[in-house]
Design a protein. Sequence first.
Length: 394
Amino acid sequence: MKNFTILLKTILATLLLCVLVISSGVMSVSAKEIKKNPRDVKALREIVKKQRALGAKVSNNMDNKKYKWNENGRLVEIKWWGKHLRGTLDLTGLKKLEKIDVCRNGLKGLVIKNNRNLREVLCYENRISELDVSKNKKLVILSCCENKIKKLDVTKNSKLEVLDCSGNQIKKIDVSRNDLLKVFCCSNNKIRTLDVSKNMMLEELVYGGKNFTTMDIKNNTKLKKLYYAGSAIEGITIDISSNKELEVLKCMESGLTSLDVSNNPLLKELNCYNNELSSLDVSNNPLLEELNCSNNNLSSLDVSNNPLLEELNCDNNQLTSLSIFNNTKLKELTVYNNQLTSLDISKNVMLEYLYCEENSLTELDISNNPKLSPYSLWYDQGDVNIIKNTENKQ
């Protein structure tokens, strides 16, 4: 699950980029030039006072860059990321608030039911157990992952485009009324089944967990990124035959015994690490740039139809041969712990990293690989004769 945790961090960074794009509609006005609404000032000062009493490092200066005011003097944004917030944060008095970022704190509660202009709520990595967003009908982005939430009702949030509720204790979630949803992350919960058949606009989906069963995504034809990991259910399958726009597929540590990507010609990145695959056909994926099929049961792998491949990781399999003649753009190759008796990398002049220990190699010619160095080449020293020339990095 370590790889999946890293993946979620990457996704969170992507979500923050989405936030920046959407928040660009808020007018940038110098805080000192604005005559601030006295009610908003009073409400904010009271909230600051309560949080500072609990040890939070939040500013009482209304001109602080962590606060954004619109041209009418209303507070529209608060950025309290990693400010040691504690207890329950009640933002009731700030009626024009559009965006809050209170991530990576120690909050146990967040009250936003009276903040009906909120469009973005970022509260991931807290200890929140309950979150009511039923009154926030303008909400576009909600990131509440890595909390202790047991129930989440988003049926009233019809404008929602980004929802990340992964890493909670949610048993079920209804997204049937969120037909504008583009990004949905719900992995590492207690969810067993999930219906996304109504989410026709969905472009990115992250799901999975130890109790998760298979899911029908045939209606999600706009899907470009699919992440699935960590199921303990035997016989799990993933059908992506209808997802022809898919560009990224990551289905690690899922116990898969088969994977069909023949109907996904736009696929650029495939990671099926640590499954039980005995075969993998990527001949219909000519745009593939990254392939990680390590820790499976593959005895053969054909990448001759993947000329754009830059990274190939197929370690811990049972490969007896591997042809990479056509992969001239290859930069990283990991074939650790296979049964290779030879490896021809003469056509891979762009190769920068090679890890080929624990094979049956006796000779390795790196004379056409000038970018390889002793620091980027791992092999069984003493057993493998290395052929190189003066252009190889020392």
